[in-house]
Write a protein that binds this ligand. Structure first.
Ligand SMILES: C[S@@+](CC[C@H](N)C(=O)[O-])C[C@H]1O[C@@H](n2cnc3c(N)ncnc32)[C@H](O)[C@@H]1O
Length: 224
């Protein structure tokens, strides 16, 4: 007898989405021109000031949720400034984290990445490393354009460059992302892994329920 694990992916998609290539090609041909929201511009300016002040190379922690991974990455990479971004409100602030962990090489920003990534690219604020940990999977086939590789902002995400690491409990999400990257002439590797230790709340939750976890790695500054 088998039991479905909680949070396990349920999808009606048997393999890479049949329209993936068409969607990616369309986004590569037509620049994403949705106007920026004013609060995205204001938030971006705060980040620019912090990047200039710190003088450190930067790491993006996109879709950081409550910011636990941002703190963990800041500890792992003390010589970088880690910028955690999420469209939902964050609960940690820098002072609390500084008091708890003795680190201040990070910042958290509430922003929509559909704007932020384009603003960063326009300003050539490029990350050395880019983490996207457990993005929303949108497992129904009809929602493929809500996945990052099906989104209009995908070409900007790729153009930001850096060492990309994306993690998911849904292997197909990463395989699709990898197929989309191949269309932009970037190779990537997808592998099952065991996080040691877990660095995000979703990662902890998935691991506790015994689900296999996967990661994708790509050097986006190198074309193949
Ligand atoms: C499944 S949660 C993962 C959170 C965290 N990385 C973790 O592993 O615990 C996905 C996160 O992506 C964020 N997100 C989705 N679309 C976004 C967007 N357009 N801009 C910024 N954040 C977004 C959501 O708010 C949510 O916090």
């Amino acid at each position: 007898m088998s039991f479905a694990n909680s949070h396990q992916i349920v999808t009606n998609q048997p393999g890479v989405h049949e329209k993936l290539a068409d969607i990616v090609e369309k986004h590569l041909k037509h620049a994403f021109q949705k106007p920026y929201q004013q609060h995205s511009i204001d938030g971006f300016k705060q980040v620019e000031l912090e990047v200039q002040r710190s003088g450190k190379p930067i790491i993006f922690d996109s879709c950081c949720g409550v910011g636990d991974s941002t703190i963990n990455l800041a500890k792992m990479y003390p010589n970088h400034l880690v910028i955690g971004m999420d469209k939902s409100g964050h609960r940690l602030n820098k002072n609390e984290a500084y008091e708890q962990h003795g680190i201040d090489n990070f910042m958290l920003l509430r922003t929509d990445l559909n704007d932020f990534w384009r603003l960063a690219l326009d300003a050539q604020m490029l990350p050395e490393k880019h983490f996207i940990l457990y993005p929303n999977p949108w497992p129904k086939a009809k929602h493929v354009q809500r996945r990052w590789h099906g989104a209009a902002v995908f070409p900007s995400l790729v153009a930001l460059g850096g060492e990309l690491e994306m993690r998911s409990n849904w292997r197909l999400y990463l395989e699709e992302f990898s197929a989309a990257l191949a269309i932009t002439n970037h190779s990537s590797e997808v592998a099952q892994f065991v996080p040691q230790p877990c660095i995000t709340p979703f990662e902890r939750k998935y691991q506790a329920s015994g689900q296999p976890l996967f990661k994708l790695n790509a050097s986006l500054s190198v074309n193949t």
